[in-house]
Design a protein around this ligand. Structure first.
Ligand code: CA
Ligand code: CA
Ligand code: CA
Length: 429
């Protein structure tokens, strides 16, 4: 048969769907990959034989590739230039859901009723369905259903400033829901912890309490878009010795394998010389990531702190070529623009969440090293990684399971340990 000869003689091929007439037999000589009812998936070498195939069936068409439509339908998405800077669409082809990881936002609170956030908020089930006025989960906080307000010492972390709602939306505004904006994660689990008051100021004591709360309630990442003034700078009254509680909060997170993603600060200075904490703890703690800000062109924002040792990587937190800042959620079902390293930080928290989902047993050091490799641009001398976040690289690093992953002795040991645990795990009936 001519067709058979054609199939045999040509190396290059393409898949076609042949629809046979109802009840017709499968023609001989076809390289059938799969049959479904009267549809055949066949391997066809070239265009010429397609014409011959046409005589056999009702129609013959290419088996077209379907791709996930990673561009979300959120009406304001077209104005979210920062998502393009981090290559979010490419990342979303692989992953869009971070809801397997709880990310605590230690900030001004969150408008947890916001139309574009409420689906993505963490809840404390024992308190949400518990007894009013009673500490149902025994964690020392009464009725903390939606998180806690440490600034006013009450269980309502509603945002009375706007900053925390904006930050939360950057990481986890509900994507593809036909409303507002898209977060770097379309689905998320965001814990609202308010330590900054309506004017945006808070204390080290409340930071300590909030980090303990986050860790004790199972958060894997603490997003902290706040910090001290640049220590050592004449304008800053803070002494290093005053910072022990802040340091111990970071240590508490470290001891429980929790990452702390922190803003590098908006003083436009070298943080190696004038460190802003907690971000600058990246120098001594593997669970801390310090985030600087880039503009739409991938260059360091003029306000952003930098530092070859004290800053890890940047993310978009500045303005694009039109002078437009980063769009996200604002309280009362509104949307608005903000800039700052605090805006850049939740992009990196999203990246850490994606990494954790793929590598649930990775150490904080592993996570940090994956992150430092997943960068683009040229920010050498400004940040340890020498670049700014590439979310698509984060997600492919995460999906490769090997290539980009650290194979240090620590990881190897952990793998061996896991293997042993699996091998000795009792069988369930
Ligand atoms: Ca409680
Ligand atoms: Ca209660
Ligand atoms: Ca949305």
């Amino acid at each position: 048969m001519v067709l058979l000869l054609l199939l045999a003689s040509l190396a290059f091929s393409e898949e076609f769907i042949v629809k046979l007439p109802e009840g017709a037999p499968v023609p001989s000589g076809l390289r059938v990959i799969e049959r479904f009812k009267n549809y055949l998936l066949v391997d066809v070498p070239e265009e010429s034989s397609r014409g011959q195939l046409s005589a056999l069936g009702e129609y013959v068409v290419r088996n077209v590739e379907l791709r996930l439509l990673a561009r979300p339908n959120d009406p304001l998405y077209g104005r979210q230039w920062a998502l393009k800077v981090v290559k979010a669409e490419k990342a979303w082809e692989r992953r869009r859901d971070c809801s397997g990881v709880v990310v605590a936002f230690v900030d001004t609170g969150i408008d947890y009723l916001h139309e574009d956030l409420r689906a993505n908020l963490w809840r404390n089930p024992k308190e949400c369905s518990g007894t009013p006025g009673y500490d149902d989960d025994g964690n020392g906080y009464v009725d903390d259903c939606m998180g806690y307000d440490f600034a006013n010492d009450d269980p309502d972390p509603m945002d009375d400033n706007g900053h925390g709602t904006h930050s939360a939306g950057v990481m986890g505004a509900t994507g593809n829901n036909g409303k507002g904006v898209a977060g770097a994660c379309w689905k998320a689990k965001i814990m609202a912890l308010k330590i900054l008051d309506s004017s945006g100021t808070g204390t080290a004591m409340d930071f300590l309490k909030a980090v303990h709360y986050a860790v004790d309630k199972g958060a894997a990442v603490v997003n902290t878009s706040l910090g001290t003034c640049p220590v050592g700078h004449p304008s800053c009254p803070v002494q290093e010795s005053d910072l022990l509680p802040l340091r111990e909060a970071v240590e508490y997170a470290l001891n429980h394998g929790v990452m702390v993603v922190a803003a590098a600060g908006n003083d436009g200075i070298d943080a190696d010389r004038y460190p802003v904490y907690p971000a600058a703890y990246t120098r001594s703690y593997p669970n801390v990531v310090s985030v600087c800000s880039v503009d739409g062109n991938g260059e360091l924002s003029s306000f952003s702190n930098y530092g070859a040792k004290s800053v890890d990587l940047c993310a978009p937190g500045g303005v694009d070529s039109n002078g437009t800042a980063v769009l996200s959620t604002f309280p009362s079902d509104t949307y608005g623009f903000l800039s700052g390293t605090s805006v850049a930080t939740p992009f990196v928290s999203a990246a850490v969440a994606y990494l954790l989902l793929k590598h649930p047993y990775a150490t904080v050091s592993d996570l940090k090293s994956y992150l430092l490799q997943a960068v683009q641009g040229d920010l050498r001398g400004k940040a340890r990684s020498g670049g700014y976040l590439d979310l698509s690289a984060v997600v492919s690093t995460a999906s490769s399971g090997g290539g980009g992953c650290s194979t240090g002795s620590g990881s190897l040991l952990l793998s061996l340990l896991l293997l042993l645990i699996l091998l000795t795990r009792p069988r369930t009936p």
